[in-house]
Design a protein around this ligand. Structure first.
Ligand code: SAH
Length: 349
């Protein structure tokens, strides 16, 4: 009964919110088929390639107070750190020698760094490694700031919208933050020519299945090049410490629906997915994901970038992480490659 819906989704890349909801609520019966089709669609555009992005977590200072996040401003139990611009550039250098051709700079919203600081880092990385992409994940900024960073050479920007439901947004964030500003940022980024990434947590507190169906409709309309989703995982020093974790199984099913809805998207199998299920990242690849984001941050600061409890890969050197991932991914029939891994607009393998 649900197979024709998956087939139509594969053909037309769109369903109604009610149809998505029907699939989500009945995923038990159709899951394996959805994974199989999503894997096939992924292969059509990207072959068996899995792209790697070197994640540099440069600061855990944050001015925001998101109720779910372990590095929120209100968490006084956390030792704060920030890397200097030169230390960030050094991480990229190390990553380059390990084969990375994309660097993702991610941090809390830390006003210590000026636009000029970020421009300095971006310009230096691009000058030294012109064959690399620089991806930013710096949170919400002004339109002017996004423009400067883009002019300095940044190629991509990750900014998860977190939820497409404005009422739900209010339940996850304090009044100082707004859904409208988050969307304004995403529109700015698209307009400025960044390859743009959106996304949300699966199973965040107060989220309903109808919200999840709404996410697919929302993503289809926004049409971002990258889509990151992962299960919500509680952090002990946040207001959501006693909330239930999101499900890795639901996350996998949604990855497959996202792949069928946006066939060419770059979709990571996230660290949160690998934390919720020890085989989560491999399963994510088999459900249609095509990106992995191993950590390039110095080992000494890794444990301090704890967005949620029990985060994996906080002890290993980057080189060891890559080896481990390469071994895991091989079992899926895919292969980690060192290409920049840009969005494939219209091109099929
Ligand atoms: N300050 C940046 C980076 C945020 S951290 C920004 O605002 O974009 C990157 C992502 O981690 C967030 O967008 C959020 O979706 C996810 N995240 C934060 N806390 C989490 C938690 N407790 N469980 C799972 N994912 C979490």
């Amino acid at each position: 009964m649900y197979k024709p819906l998956i087939d139509r989704l594969e053909r037309q890349n769109i369903l109604t919110q009610d149809e998505y909801l029907l699939l989500i609520e009945n995923r038990e019966t159709i899951r394996e088929y959805a994974y199989e089709r999503a894997f096939a669609v992924r292969r059509k555009y990207y072959g068996n390639k899995v792209f790697i992005r070197g994640l540099i977590e440069f600061s855990n200072y944050c001015r925001n107070n998101c109720y779910y996040c372990g590095i929120r401003a209100g968490n006084n139990n956390l030792e704060r750190f920030r890397l200097t611009p030169d230390e960030i550039i050094d991480c990229a250098k190390q990553g380059y020698s390990l084969g990375f051709r994309t660097f993702v700079l991610q941090g809390g919203e830390d006003a210590h760094y000026t636009d000029d600081d970020f421009c300095f880092v971006i310009e230096n990385i691009k000058k030294e490694f012109p064959d690399c992409a620089v991806t930013l994940s710096l949170g919400e900024r002004s339109s002017e700031s996004y423009k400067k960073l883009r002019q300095a050479g940044a190629d991509r920007y990750l900014l998860r919208h977190e939820t497409c439901n404005p009422d739900h947004y209010k339940k996850l964030h304090p009044p100082a933050m707004s859904y409208e500003n988050r969307l304004r940022c995403l529109e700015d980024l698209k307009r400025l020519g960044y390859q743009t990434g959106a996304g949300f947590m699966v199973g965040s507190p107060y989220q309903t299945n109808a919200d999840l169906a709404g996410e697919l409709v929302f993503l289809k309309k926004l049409n971002p090049q990258m889509i990151g989703i992962g299960p919500f995982l509680p952090h002990k020093d946040t207001p959501f410490k006693d909330m239930a974790a999101g499900s890795s199984e639901m996350t996998l099913f949604l990855i497959s629906l996202i792949r069928l809805t946006l066939p060419q998207a770059l979709i990571p199998a996230t660290t949160a997915l690998g934390t919720a299920d020890p085989l989560g990242r491999e399963k994510g690849i088999l459900a249609g994901a095509n990106v992995l984001m191993p950590n390039l941050s110095p080992v000494k600061t890794r444990k301090k970038y704890m967005l949620y409890d029990n985060k994996i890969c906080t002890g290993d050197e980057a080189a060891a992480c890559i080896e481990c991932l390469a071994r895991r991914i091989k079992k899926t029939g895919c292969e980690i490659v060192t290409d920049r891994g840009d969005y494939q607009n219209g091109i099929q393998c």
